[in-house]
Write a protein that binds this ligand. Structure first.
Ligand code: ADP
Length: 639
C-alpha cells in the first residue's frame, strides 16, 4: 500500500479521500489555488502545495503543476477525485511517465469512454444494449438532421465529449433542429472545446439507473448494485438513491452483468459507473460509462457497507478486490441530496457569498454529511457551487426518506441562497413517497414543488402566523439570555426584529397578513407548529412543514414586487461571459424571446424580453466578461 498520496482536487471530495487515506495510515498532500488557501481540504491534509491562481485552468487543471507537486512531496500516487482531471487520459499517462500511480483506470480505458460516440461503438460490439441513435463521424448538420428525422422526434442532441448535462438539447420537431444544434454545439465548444454531436432517440419517462462496478488487475470484477439517479434538473442529478425502488433481483443481476461486460470490454481497473436508461417497459439501454468515482458513491457505500475509496486505493496498489460478488449484499436504503448554493426561485442561478451560518444535522449512523466547507467560508464563482452532500440511511426506503426530510429541515445555512427548501419540497410530495420516479419528475411536479397553489398558501398562513408568534416569544427569551443551543434559530437571526404579531408576510410570492386570528385557524389546517421546523435568518424565516417548505419574509412598507416592466435596461443576473446576441437593435420581439445568451459556471443563461418590445442597444459583444448587475442592453416596451 502507498505511504503518501496527492489529491488533485478540492472541496468535499478531497476531504472525503483524506478521511479514508487517514484510516489506512496513508499520508496526504493537498493542492490549493489562491481561492482555497484556508480551505478545509488544505487543513485536513498532512501537507499542502500551492498550485496557482483561482481559475481552475490556471491551477486544478494544470497537469504539470500537479505532477510537480507530487514529485516534490514524494507522493507515490495521485487521486484525481471527480471532475477536473479525473477523466483526462493525458493526465493519467503523464502520471505513469513520472512513475506516479494514477488512482483510477488505465489511460486506454479512460480514452475509450472519453467520447460518448466511441463508447457506444465499443459497447455495441460487446453486445451491450444501446439507446438507439446516430453516433457516426459525419458531422454535417444535414446528416445529423436526417438521422433525427429518420428516428422520429423527440430526439436528444448530445455532445460526444459531454458531461454534467452540458451541450445537450432535446428537440421536439424538425423546425427546432437547427437552432438547437447551434446552441448545443456552442455550449459544447465552450465547455469541452469539442463540438462533435450525437443524436439519440429521446426516451420518454425513462429512469436513470447506474451500476457501480469495480475491477482489479487480477481480472476480478464485481458490481456493487445500482443507484437510481432519476431525480434530475436540466439532466443533472439532484437526489440519488440506492437501491433503485422496484427493481427485481433478476433485473439487477442482468444490469449488473451487462455493466461488467461493458467494463471488461475496455480492460477496466478500479471504480467505474455504467449508466443506463431504463424505459417504462423494463428495457435498459447503455448511455455512457464514467471512468471515475461518482459524486453519488456514498449511497452505494451506505447500502453495501464498503468504503469505495479504500477499494480504489487497494486496486491502484495492485491488490485484489476485497470481496467477491457473492459476498456483497444490499442492506437497507440510502438517499443523497446535493446541497447547492443556488437560487431555485431565479432559475437556479448559482449563488456566491459567505456562509455566515452553516449547521448541518448531526452525523450519526443514519446521517452522513460530506462537505468541504465550514461556517465562515465562501462559495466563490470559480468552482462548482455544491456546499455538501447529505446522505441518509435506514433499514427501508420509507424510513430513509423520513430521515432525509428531517435532516433537510434541520440543515441551517445562512448568508447564501440554497436549494434546501426545493429539495425538501421535492422529497415530500406524494410521487416521491410512492417512488414514482423518472427523469422528468421535477418538471412534471414543478407546481407542486414550488408550492404556488392557493391551497398551500392557505395552509401556510396560519402556520406562518404561529411562527411569527413563536419567534417573538423566542426572541424575548434570547434577548434575556443568548441561547447556547447550536440549533437555535437565534444564532442566525439577531438582526431580524419582528415588530408586531400582526404584520404582512410574503409567503413564496403571496402576501398575507398574519392577523392574530390566523393562528386560530391552525387546527383547521390539520397541523400544528409542533410538526414543523422554523428556521429564522436575517431576512425572515423558513417553514418546513409536512406539506412542504415555505419561505416567509416580512414585507416592509417600501418592499414590493417589481412594477410592470415599461422600459429601461436588462442586467446580468451574475458574473459571466456574453456568448451570443440573439436579437438586434430595433427588431421587435415578443415577451419571453431570448435577446442575449450569457454563460456562467459553464451553463448558459438566457436574458429574455420582459415584455413585447425591442432592444434599442446592446452594450457588450460575445466574449465580453461582465459582472453581475451590469447593464447588458437597453430595452423598450411596446405600448
Ligand atoms: P452527461 O454526461 O452530460 O451527464 P448523460 O449522457 O449521462 O450526460 O445524460 C444525462 C441525463 O440526460 C440522463 O441521466 C438522462 O436523464 C438524460 N438523457 C440522456 N440521454 C437520454 C435519452 N436518449 N433519452 C432521454 N433522456 C436522456
Amino acid at each position: 500500500m502507498f505511504t503518501k498520496i496527492l489529491i488533485a482536487n478540492r472541496g468535499e471530495i478531497a476531504c472525503r479521500i483524506i478521511k479514508t487515506a487517514r484510516a489506512l495510515n496513508i499520508a496526504t498532500v493537498a493542492v490549493f489555488s489562491e481561492a482555497d488557501r484556508d480551505a478545509l481540504h488544505v487543513q485536513m491534509a498532512d501537507q499542502s502545495v500551492y498550485i496557482g491562481p483561482a481559475p481552475a485552468n490556471e491551477s486544478y487543471l494544470v497537469i504539470d503543476k500537479l505532477i510537480q507537486a507530487a514529485l516534490d512531496t514524494g507522493a507515490e500516487a495521485i487521486h484525481p477525485g471527480y471532475g477536473f482531471l479525473s477523466e483526462n487520459a493525458e493526465f493519467c499517462r503523464q502520471c505513469s511517465d513520472n512513475n506516479l500511480v494514477f488512482i483510477g483506470p488505465p489511460a486506454a480505458a479512460i480514452g475509450a469512454m472519453g467520447s460518448k460516440s466511441a463508447a457506444k461503438t465499443i459497447m455495441a460490439e460487446a453486445g451491450v444494449p444501446l439507446v438507439p441513435g446516430y453516433h457516426g463521424n459525419d458531422q454535417n448538420p444535414e446528416t445529423l438532421k436526417r438521422a433525427a428525422n429518420a428516428m422520429g422526434y423527440p430526439v436528444l442532441l448530445k455532445a460526444a465529449a459531454g458531461g454534467g448535462g452540458k451541450g445537450m438539447r432535446a428537440v421536439y420537431a424538425e423546425d427546432e433542429f437547427d437552432a438547437a444544434l447551434d446552441a448545443a454545439k456552442r455550449e459544447a465548444r465552450n465547455s469541452f472545446s469539442d463540438d462533435i454531436m450525437l443524436v439519440e432517440k429521446y426516451l420518454l419517462k425513462p429512469r436513470h439507473i447506474e451500476i457501480q462496478v469495480f475491477c482489479d488487475r487480477q481480472k476480478n470484477a464485481v458490481y456493487l448494485f445500482e443507484r437510481d439517479c432519476s431525480i434530475q434538473r436540466r439532466h443533472q442529478k439532484v437526489i440519488e438513491e440506492a437501491p433503485a425502488p422496484g427493481i427485481t433481483a433478476g433485473l439487477r443481476q442482468q444490469m449488473g452483468e451487462a455493466a461488467i461486460k461493458a467494463a471488461q470490454a475496455i480492460n477496466y481497473e478500479g471504480a467505474g459507473t455504467v449508466e443506463f436508461l431504463l424505459d417504462t417497459q423494463g428495457e435498459f439501454f447503455f448511455m455512457e460509462m464514467n471512468t471515475r468515482l461518482q459524486v453519488e458513491h456514498p449511497v452505494t457505500e451506505m447500502i453495501s457497507g464498503q468504503d469505495l475509496v479504500q477499494w480504489q486505493l487497494l486496486v491502484a496498489a495492485g491488490e485484489a478486490l476485497p470481496c467477491t460478488q457473492d459476498q456483497l449484499k444490499i442492506n437497507g436504503h440510502a438517499f443523497e441530496a446535493r446541497i447547492y448554493a443556488e437560487d431555485p426561485d431565479h432559475d437556479f442561478l448559482p449563488a456566491t457569498g459567505r456562509l455566515s451560518l452553516l449547521k448541518p444535522p448531526t452525523e450519526t449512523t443514519h446521517i452522513r454529511v460530506d462537505s468541504g466547507v465550514v461556517e465562515g467560508d465562501s462559495v466563490s464563482i470559480y468552482y462548482d457551487p455544491m456546499i455538501a452532500k447529505l446522505v441518509v440511511w435506514d433499514s427501508d426506503r420509507e424510513r430513509a426518506l423520513r430521515r432525509l426530510t428531517q435532516a433537510l429541515a434541520q440543515y441551517r445555512i445562512g448568508g447564501i441562497k440554497t436549494n434546501i427548501g426545493f429539495l425538501y419540497n421535492l422529497a415530500t410530495i406524494q410521487a416521491f413517497d410512492t417512488a414514482d420516479l423518472d427523469t422528468g419528475y421535477i418538471e412534471q411536479h414543478w407546481d407542486e414543488i414550488f408550492r404556488r397553489r392557493d391551497q398551500d398558501i392557505r395552509y401556510a398562513t396560519p402556520l406562518a402566523a404561529a411562527a411569527v408568534q413563536h419567534l417573538r416569544d423566542q426572541q424575548s427569551v434570547a434577548q434575556a439570555k443568548v441561547s447556547s443551543d447550536p440549533n437555535s434559530p437565534w444564532h442566525a437571526s439577531d438582526n431580524w426584529g419582528l415588530p408586531n404579531a400582526s404584520c404582512t408576510i410574503q409567503i413564496q410570492e403571496t402576501e398575507v397578513t398574519t392577523e392574530a386570528e390566523a393562528a386560530v385557524n391552525l387546527p383547521a389546517c390539520g397541523t400544528s407548529l409542533a410538526d414543523s421546523t422554523v428556521v429564522a435568518d436575517d431576512a425572515g424565516f423558513d417553514l418546513f412543514t409536512p406539506q412542504g417548505f415555505f419561505r416567509c419574509r416580512e414585507v416592509k412598507p417600501d418592499f414590493g414586487l417589481d412594477d410592470e416592466f415599461t422600459g429601461g435596461s436588462l442586467t446580468a443576473p451574475m458574473n459571466g461571459t456574453v456568448v451570443a446576441l440573439l436579437s438586434e437593435p430595433g427588431v421587435t420581439v415578443a415577451k419571453g424571446d431570448t435577446l442575449l445568451v450569457m454563460e456562467a459556471m459553464k451553463m448558459e443563461h438566457c436574458i429574455v424580453a420582459p415584455t413585447d418590445g425591442q432592444a434599442t442597444e446592446f452594450y457588450f459583444q460575445p466574449g465580453d466578461l461582465v459582472d453581475g448587475g451590469t447593464v447588458l442592453l437597453a430595452f423598450e416596451a411596446i405600448e
